[in-house]
Design a protein around this ligand. Structure first.
Ligand SMILES: *Cc1c(COP(=O)(O)O)cnc(C)c1O
Length: 384
């Protein structure tokens, strides 16, 4: 399929036109071979040598992702979102200084605190919605990377991507965005000036809560990106072909799902904001959210499928509310077709900056009325 003739939505439905060249099957087969035959002249004319770096099922999924994100240097799938994210830091030179958000995806924050120093990296955590805090943290000649998560877990803090990318570039640093929550349906950070974008494909891109995977995409095919590629191959942080197949299947309905989820989230955020037992609703689509104005300029097609609520009555009332739901699934993760509810501080554990009365909601594709009614009865039951 010629990319310039069709929208990303159409190309994703058709997996960029991938079919089986032998049988013409409309769904390409899953390639599981670990090795490929060398030509008599000692070359590898197919471009495929060994399964760790080379697999066509993986490459088909990468082509779809790169197109969705408008990634000129292409996409690299990893065995998890964490494998993808940590590769961004591992590809920096030893002694590099990086800047990351104070409140961000918890497992990566812990890795930056506990494991990154052993690689010779130093980290400063700042409020990523404050350009002045980012600028003050820059160590001239030493800061190599600014990492933002937009919107960031679990308060949905919004970084001005274009302004932060400009700031990074002025000081010779890379700007990378964990865009898992926004997904390319709502934001394409590379088009706003970011150098690297990362997604956990375990979330809305696959969308069915049955694949763990991650992806990195880059604007420029430069020496840094070559190092990232080499690291993935060298440490073998690859996705399996079956997972890549499931991901491609999920991507065929990505736009439909993302559209429905954002619409239901918008409805729920507004209704919950008026609920007497909810102290605060955090959703970038609400005008009262501190990041709303910037979100409105850099997000398209709505504001995503993630909402946090702060339950009146504090931590005990929040945990009790989660305990009383019947339809929502009480589980961590996000972006699946089924709606999830989670007391976030419980999973993040001691030292979390997450408010103790906060429930994180991932909105799926159920009837929004059913979702509201179930949460409403749970809030009422928890408050006796
Ligand atoms: C889930 C998630 C990750 C980690 O991805 P895994 O696939 O679980 O390794 C990173 N960032 C964000 C925002 C996530 O939601």
């Amino acid at each position: 399929m010629d990319k310039k003739d069709y929208s990303p939505r159409t190309l994703a439905v058709h997996a960029m036109g991938a079919i089986d060249p032998i049988t013409k099957a409309v769904v390409p087969p899953i390639h599981v071979a670990t090795t490929y035959i060398r030509d008599e002249d000692n070359a590898y004319s197919s471009g495929y040598c060994y399964g760790r770096p080379d697999n066509s099922t993986i490459r088909e999924a990468e082509a779809v992702l790169a197109h969705l994100e408008e990634a000129k240097a292409g996409a690299l799938l990893f065995g998890s979102g964490m494998a993808a994210a940590t590769a961004v830091f591992m590809a920096l030179e030893p002694g590099a200084h990086v800047i990351a958000p104070k409140v961000m995806y918890w497992a990566l924050r812990r890795w930056l605190l506990e494991d990154a120093p052993a690689l010779g990296l130093s980290v400063t955590f700042v409020e990523m919605d404050s350009l002045s805090q980012i600028e003050a943290a820059i160590q001239p000649g030493k800061t190599r990377l600014i990492w933002a998560e937009v919107p960031s877990n679990p308060l949905w803090t919004i970084t001005d991507i274009r302004a932060a990318a400009d700031l990074a570039h002025t000081h010779g640093a890379l700007f990378a965005v964990d865009s898992t929550v926004a997904s390319p349906f709502h934001t394409r950070p590379l088009t706003l000036g970011a150098d690297v974008v990362m997604h956990s494909v375990s979330k809305i891109l696959n969308g069915h809560s049955d694949v763990i995977g991650g992806v990195l995409m880059a604007a420029k095919d430069d020496a840094y990106w070559a190092r990232v590629k080499r690291i993935r191959g060298a440490i073998g942080a690859i996705l399996g072909p079956f997972e890549a197949f499931l991901l491609m299947r999920g991507l065929r309905t990505f736009h439909l799902r993302a559209e429905a989820q954002a619409k239901a989230a918008d409805t729920l955020a507004k209704r919950l904001a008026a609920h007497p037992l909810v102290a605060q609703v955090l959703y970038p689509g609400l005008p009262q959210h501190p990041g709303h104005d910037i979100a409105a300029t850099q997000m398209e097609n709505g504001f995503g499928y993630m909402i946090s609520i702060r339950v009146s009555g504090g931590e005990a009332a929040a945990i009790a509310t989660a305990a009383k739901v019947r339809l929502w699934k009480r589980a961590t993760s996000l972006g699946g077709v089924e709606s999830l509810i989670e007391h976030r501080a419980s999973i993040e554990g001691p030292g979390t900056p997450c408010p103790s009365d906060l429930l994180r909601l991932s909105i799926g594709i159920e009837d929004a009325e059913d979702l509201f009614n179930d949460l409403d009865q749970a809030l009422k039951a928890a408050h006796g």
